[in-house]
Design a protein around this ligand. Structure first.
Ligand code: SAH
Length: 470
């Protein structure tokens, strides 16, 4: 039986989905941050739970060849990156393994390895920065939350963010200090500035700065704009996000433009996209292009085909598909994103795309009732995956292909299994890394509709696997 505070010598064999190292000691799985598979370490047990224990490394006895000195001075403090202690090769290996494990164990697929497309660069890639504001050393500052806390750590430079984002943060902090702008206190729900938010269009060079505040106005708004513009000459627009509710949501639901148009543009897969602060946009532009190209190739579109894109955001994938399909329909729940999507169709001269703002489940049901029969359904849902009503409505529409883009391998695997049980067969799966140094990973699975006799075969096959794993 493992004992708290005792030190054990052990070898790590793999990773959890959050990237913690996993070792087996006395028959129990022990999760340890910053441990690398293959390493022998001395581990102190910090907590013994019912099924797993947690520990920390006391000493690395035989370091992995993949162990590196973190490039970031905040590694271990900041809750952002998970893999600063290993090289990128190992990070990609573990991410591919994680997707493969989910698809085989939860999804019941039989896979013989899974490929991952790693990023060409692991630094300065994020298109979006969200810096929480606090009073860490008795004065206004902004940076990142310490791991598992809401304590703000001031930072100079974040290696995965753009330099422009850090310059905007520094200039906004200077403005708060110069004009004694009150910092928001989440416990008392008082004060003003909550977050500094930056979005960059890497292909256009455009930058949006957004101050999130617990109020309708800011003191010295024009001085703020001047200071931000002086810090980043290519700044395009400055927006105030009014966020007066309690809670962890970063952005509020109302916006007021302080300078410029209130949005920026970026170019993705050869199309020009307008991006408002609230619209979803992948945080890694180069890798998003690769992901979308792969997903759209799997859709096997041509001008005779209709594609439905559920969870379409600002219409990025929808409009890329429109170039190859007869017609496309995009569905998204956020009004501002649909507004952007319609604008985006227009600014790219795309006439065969329709968008509407609705819950994916309701929209899919309505389309199914209306008799819409898309040849392809593309889904790119948030982390929680797709709900049962969406699965049922999709199956009713009976597309030949379903292409599922996902940022959570576990919910992807769960949904793939449900689709396989309803007559679809997963014919391709791969991963694309959009989040170098961080624990997230994107993946794409293509499912194809089987004929009736194949359906029986698949049901049996799935059941067989279930029995095997029990
Ligand atoms: N395909 C887009 C957006 C993917 S992110 C892109 O790659 O850019 C997932 C999107 O789903 C977000 O825009 C989010 O607002 C939207 N969304 C979340 N819940 C939804 C729901 N129930 N119905 C429709 N859209 C939803």
């Amino acid at each position: 039986m493992l004992k708290k505070n005792e030190i054990y010598e052990t070898e790590f064999t793999g990773y959890t989905s959050e990237g913690l190292g996993v070792a087996r000691i006395d028959g129990m799985a022990v999760f340890v941050p910053k441990a690398i598979a293959g390493e022998r370490c001395r581990v102190r047990i910090l907590k013994v739970g019912k099924t797993v224990a947690y520990g920390k490394i006391e000493q690395v006895l035989t370091p992995s060849a993949h162990r590196v000195k973190p490039a970031c001075p905040y590694a271990g403090l900041c809750g952002g990156c998970a893999f600063q202690h290993m090289d990128y090769e190992e990070e990609c290996t573990l991410k591919a393994q994680r997707v493969e494990d989910a698809l085989t164990r939860i999804g019941g697929l039989q896979l013989d390895g899974l490929s991952i497309t790693g990023a060409k660069t692991t630094g300065n890639y994020r298109t979006k920065a969200q810096f929480p504001v606090g009073m860490p050393e008795g004065k206004a500052d902004a940076g990142f939350f310490r791991q598992r806390s809401h304590q703000v750590i001031p930072i100079e430079r974040c290696g995965i963010q753009s330099e422009d984002a850090d310059k905007i943060r520094a200039a906004a902090v200077e403005w708060m200090r110069k004009y004694r702008v009150p910092v928001y206190d989440e416990v008392a729900h008082s004060g003003l500035v909550r977050h500094i938010y930056v979005r960059c269009g890497f292909a256009t060079g455009q930058v949006l700065a957004c101050i999130v505040a617990n109020g309708e106005t800011l003191p010295k708004e024009q001085e703020l704009v001047s200071m931000l513009r002086a810090a980043v000459p290519n700044l395009t627009t400055v927006v105030l996000s009014i966020h007066t509710k309690k809670g962890n949501a970063v952005l509020g639901d109302r916006f007021r433009t302080l300078w410029g148009e209130g949005y920026i543009e970026d170019i993705l897969c050869g199309l020009r996209f307008r991006l408002s602060p609230r619209s979803f946009y992948q945080v890694n532009r180069d890798q998003a292009e690769r992901l979308y190209e792969k997903a759209i190739a799997l859709a096997e579109l041509d001008e005779t085909k209709t594609a439905l894109d559920l969870y379409c955001g600002t219409g990025t994938i929808t409009l890329c598909m429109a170039k190859q399909a007869g017609s496309v329909i995009g569905v998204e729940i956020i009004e501002a994103a649909i507004h952007d999507a319609k604008e985006n169709a227009e600014r790219n001269g795309i006439k065969n795309a329709r968008f509407f703002c609705a819950d994916a489940g309701e929209a899919a049901l309505r389309l199914a009732e209306e008799g819409t029969k898309p040849d392809v359904i593309m889904v790119d849902p948030p982390r929680k995956g797709i709900s049962m009503d969406v699965i049922d409505a999709m199956v009713t529409m009976a597309p030949q292909r379903i292409v599922y883009v996902s940022c959570d391998p576990a919910t992807l695997a769960r949904d793939v299994k449900l689709l396989e049980e309803r007559g679809y067969k997963a014919i391709h799966a791969e991963a694309v890394d959009l989040f170098p140094r961080c624990a997230h990973v994107e993946s794409v699975v293509c499912l194809s509709r089987e004929k009736a006799d194949d359906y029986i075969r698949i049901s049996v096959h799935t059941k067989d696997l279930q029995t095997k794993s029990n």
